[in-house]
Design a protein. Structure first.
Length: 244
């Protein structure tokens, strides 16, 4: 044994030191990364689509303009007043020519072409000379006693108007009852042809005598029959549009 050398101790073996393997190393790590790449790409695509959708929606919501709308019912031929108009926000549509809110002063003083309901967006076709009622039609008002018309009548409701035969017009005295016609049976609609009509408006304030005033659109040929009836001799029956 050379001088200065260390004698090995009996029963001990010499081993090489091992380097610990770091967690996450190895070929399986690369394989897992490869499996995640499609999901990462899909997530990125979804984010891009969401951003584009949000941008499109923001542009569409922002593409609106202030236009004029009807604030309260306006009859055909009625002159527009400031109280009849209000400003609303509407989406731009190249196919519809809406009247801008800035044109309010040009609309006030002009007339409605047709009857207009609250919320109707004004277009140039709705403002001008009255084109209502249509040819062959007339607009008329009739006083109807309670119980002689259905509740809930609104503009646009189709009705049949039954005019009682042998009933005097308003402000005219009733004829004396005969032997064949008692006082309690002087009002009858038997055999009378109903008049088809469309409700234009309902005035619950009435005529001051307990009757409700209903405005109707009907054939011009039926105007005479309706004009000769008093409030006691008119009955309204609501029907479907096909049945009137």
């Amino acid at each position: 044994m050379a001088p200065g050398s260390v004698r090995p101790v009996a029963g001990m073996t010499t081993t090489q030191p091992t380097v610990p393997v770091r967690a996450g190393r190895g070929p399986w790590r690369a394989a897992r990364r490869r499996r995640r790449l499609p999901f990462v790409a899909l997530g990125g695509l979804l984010v891009v689509l969401c951003v584009l959708g949000y941008a499109y929606g923001a542009v569409r919501l922002g593409d609106r303009t202030q236009v004029l709308a009807v604030a309260r019912p306006v009859a055909a031929g009625q002159t527009f007043a400031a109280a009849d108009l209000r400003t609303v926000s509407a989406a731009r549509d190249a196919t519809v020519t809406l009247i801008a809110a800035s044109a309010t002063e040009r609309v006030i003083g002009r007339t409605a072409v047709v009857p207009l309901l609250p919320g109707t967006l004004l277009t140039s076709a709705l403002v001008g000379d009255a084109a209502f009622p249509p040819a062959g039609k007339v607009a008329a008002s009739v006083a109807v006693k309670p119980g002689r018309y259905p509740k809930g009548l609104v503009t646009g409701t189709h009705v049949l108007v039954y005019v009682a035969s042998g009933t005097p017009a308003a402000n005219q005295p009733a004829p004396a009852a005969t032997n064949q016609q008692s006082a309690g049976s002087s009002v009858t609609t038997a055999g009378s042809r109903p008049i088809p009509a469309v409700v234009l408006g309902v005035d619950l304030a009435g005529d001051g005598q307990g009757a409700t005033v209903v405005s109707l659109l009907l054939d011009a040929s039926d105007a005479g029959r309706l004009a000769g009836a008093g409030s006691e001799g008119v009955v309204l029956v609501q029907t479907s549009p096909e049945g009137s």
